[in-house]
Design a protein around this ligand. Sequence first.
Ligand code: SIN
Length: 538
Amino acid sequence: MKLLTAKPGWQIKADVIVIGSGVAGLTTALNVRAKNLSVLLVTKSYIDEGSTKWAQGGIAAALGPGDSPEQHKQDTLNAGAGLCELSAVDVLVSEGPEAVRKLIARGAVFDKSETGEIALTREGGHLRNRILHAGGDATGAEVSRALLAAVKQDSGIEIIEHALVIDLLKNHADQACGVTLHVIGEGSRDGVGQALARAVVIATGGLGQVYAQTTNPAVSTGDGVALAIRAGALISDVEFIQFHPTVLYKDLAHRGQQPLISEAVRGEGAFLVNDLRERFMEGKHPQADLAPRDVVAKEIFNQMQSTGKPHVWLDATEIVDFAKRFPTIYQSCKNNGIDPVNDLIPVAPASHYASGGVLVDLNGQSSISNLFVCGESACTGAHGANRLASNSLLEGLVFGARIAEFIADHLANFSEPITEAGNFLLDPKIVIPLQLAMTEGAGVMRNENSLKKTLKTLNELGKLISTEPNIDSWEASNLHILASAIVRSALIRKESRGSHWRSDYPHTDDEFRVHIIGKMNSNGQWQHKTSSVLEKIA
Ligand code: SIN
């Protein structure tokens, strides 16, 4: 299945094409260049406009005195609620410290304590202070700045901005050999073109825009995952959408990206209260306000249900020098008429992170030869049913380096793509009803009825076809494929686990200690399998 597009009017070639310019894409690009291969880095908007720059809390790595990869592993496994792949977690936590040191060597500057050591804070699910941060709460912006500076210095990396990737190109052996993309450019590279490569790396980040309220920026429409699905790649664990517990509540009329209030604020002493000023997390989990985020999000949701109020409150008034420690959050509160030094902050959960994605092995290789996936778009199994806070930037650093290593050692030849005309395109009018249906029926809490109702809405919206290929219709089509994938898997998982919470199956069921692996065939039909290990089943 392919998206309807105009005929490609131009072509470009590079050894490796990297799609996406967040931590995963930039890290992969730099490491591929270190192997003397040419890189084409394409990005949907401006080069610094992805989820990475919005990351506040930081990067988790066992760097502090007394900490160890083993302890980081235990916290990751606890958050992952029985579905983490041990080998992926081992890689993440054991290669993490070195990956962070390399990032520092590339120029990233992290906040220091008074004694000059890297300052480490805590977030939900961590039993130790192990989160590095930069600019107080602007860690992603600093990571992005440092990696971008290195990328821009490298003449072997060609960057194309305003390039929306459309579909995967495959050769006669069914292997990836490039992508079609649409560029808003000038001169010879404008409109739809083909980028041919010996390896394709998807690093397009999240899909938060599937929901009405999200912490993700507008560009997070999951284009890379949707492309991989259409190309027939296996996906896994996509029902595990993580809802960040503390997103600044404005009102329900506000759709799209909402301001995040980092877990690190609770890590520095803030706590949640309800309308009666009761600390409702106490007694609910041994880590109370710093329980893994699925636990906190569920408890907030319960409070909202029982009070009928659309939010709870975060009390951060005891944090010393809030504006200095959390300058970004301070500013976004002020912009919304809240003074976090003196006022309670209204917060509610919103969609934040896809713990699943395109199924890959420990080298980022998907079920399609020469197609690699890194970061939030991928499912390595490191996050299980619920990602541990601040493991995502780390995943991009660690697996980006592994992918580059593997590609260099297993480099395919260039090959000619088979031509296949696109036939699928939906009307951009579907986006708002799709987002509302997903938030209503496949949000923090789901059940059989709500999911079936959502699927019915999606099926209806899927009939609103478009004949006008443009960015809005491609994005709408991508959101539709992703929403359908999430709902179908959520219907199969008849239990509650991690960030998948079903009111009709409130308990975790050992029978479901399996991954739900999906694949869409060329007619748009879904097939699903369950597996206790994340293997690339054809
Ligand atoms: C946060 O700062 O609370 C978000 C961190 C994360 O998603 O890992």
